[in-house]
Design a protein around this ligand. Structure first.
Ligand code: NAD
Length: 266
C-alpha cells in the first residue's frame, strides 16, 4: 500500500533508530524522503540505501546534514530540501538526545543542549515547514516523536522529561494555530523501543529483564512498530486527526503498578 505516494518528507535524526525506520517505511509507502543527520553520515547513507531498496515504485531518497538546534543550519537544510524536491508535504521531528544525571548535579550546558535538540530543534524545523506550507497553500503535516515521558516523570532525566512535556504543548499549540489552514500537527509517544538510545539495557540480559518486567505487554517495541504509527498519521487515513499524541508503548502509560489491586487490599 503506497499511502504516501509522491509526498515530499523531511525526517530529522534519521541516521539510526526510529528515524531510520520511519524513513524506510515512508519510502515503502511511496514518499520522497530526505534523511537528516547530524554526525552519523554512514548511518544516513545506510538509511538511504535501505529506503531505496524498500521502495515499491519510484521515489527519491536524499541525505541532508544539519544540527536541528542551529537556526542557520536548519534554514539552509530547508533551502536544500526545496531545491531538491520543489515543495514539502510532511515534516517528522524525530531527532532527540538524553543524558542521565542527578538534577542537582546537572551542568547548565547539558540542560541547554538537550532542550536545544529536543525542543528548539522541533520549533525551528516546524517554523520552516509552516512557512512553506503556508506559501504552497495546500496544507501539510508535522509529526513529532515524543515519548511516554511526555506525561510520565523521568527522574535523572530532567531536561529530557521537560523537552517531551514541552513537545505535547508544541504539538497542541501548532495544531490549534494552523488547523484552519489544512495543517495537521500530531505526535507519537513511544515507550521502550530497541534503538541505540537504549544501549544501556538492550544487550544486558539482566537490565533488559528489568525493563521488560515494567512493560504490561512484557517486551520492548521495535522501531518498525513506531514507524507504522507515523505512516498512519502522515497519510490521508488520518485527515481528521490533529493536536493528538498517540502512545505506542505496550501499555506503559496504563499505571502498570495497578496490575494488581494492591490499594484495595486484594
Ligand atoms: P537514536 O539515538 O537512534 O536516534 C536519535 C537520532 O537523533 C540519532 O540519529 C542522532 O544522530 C540524531 N540527532 C542527535 N542530535 C541531533 C541534532 N542536533 N541534529 C540532528 N539530529 C540529531 O534513538 P531513537 O530511540 O531512535 O530516538 C529517536 C526519537 O525517539 C528521539 O526523539 C527519542 O526521544 C524518541 N524516543 C525514543 C524511545 C526509545 O525507547 N528508543 C522512546 C521514546 C521516545
Amino acid at each position: 500500500m503506497e499511502r504516501l505516494k509522491g509526498k515530499n518528507v523531511l525526517i530529522t535524526g534519521a541516521s539510526s533508530g526510529i528515524g531510520q525506520a520511519v524513513a524506510i517505511r515512508f519510502a515503502k509507502e511511496g514518499a520522497n524522503v530526505a534523511i537528516n543527520y547530524y554526525r552519523g553520515a554512514d548511518g544516513a547513507e545506510e538509511t538511504r540505501q535501505q529506503a531505496e531498496a524498500a521502495r515499491v515504485s519510484e521515489g527519491r531518497q536524499i541525505t541532508l546534514q544539519a544540527d536541528v538546534s542551529d537556526e542557520t543550519q536548519v534554514v539552509a537544510m530547508f533551502d536544500k530540501f526545496i531545491a531538491e524536491f520543489g515543495s514539502i508535504d510532511v515534516l517528522v521531528n524525530n531527532a532527540g538526545i538524553q543524558k542521565p544525571c542527578h538534577s542537582h548535579e546537572m551542568e547548565a550546558a547539558d540542560f541547554d543542549r538537550i532542550l536545544g535538540v529536543n525542543l528548539r530543534g522541533p520549533f525551528l524545523c516546524s517554523r520552516e515547514a509552516l512557512r512553506y506550507f503556508l506559501k504552497q497553500g495546500r496544507g501539510g503535516v508535522i509529526l513529532n516523536n515524543s515519548s511516554v515521558h511526555e506525561i510520565i516523570p523521568k527522574p535523572k532525566y530532567l531536561s529530557y522529561s521537560i523537552s517531551k512535556g514541552g513537545m505535547e504543548n508544541l504539538t497542541r499549540t501548532l495544531a490549534l494555530e494552523y488547523a484552519d489552514r489544512g495543517i495537521r500537527v500530531n505526535a507519537v509517544a513511544p515507550g521502550a523501543i530497541v534503538t541505540p538510545i537504549n544501549m544501556a539495557w538492550i544487550n544486558d540480559d539482566a537490565a533488559r529483564a528489568v525493563v521488560e518486567s515494567h512493560i504490561p505487554m512484557g517486551r520492548p517495541g521495535t522501531s518498525e512498530e513506531i514507524a507504522t504509527v507515523f505512516a498512519f498519521l502522515a497519510s490521508s487515513e488520518a485527515t481528521y486527526i490533529t493536536g493528538q499524541t498517540i502512545f505506542a508503548c505496550g501499555g506503559l502509560t496504563l499505571f502498570p503498578e495497578f496490575r494488581t489491586a494492591w490499594a484495595s487490599g486484594e
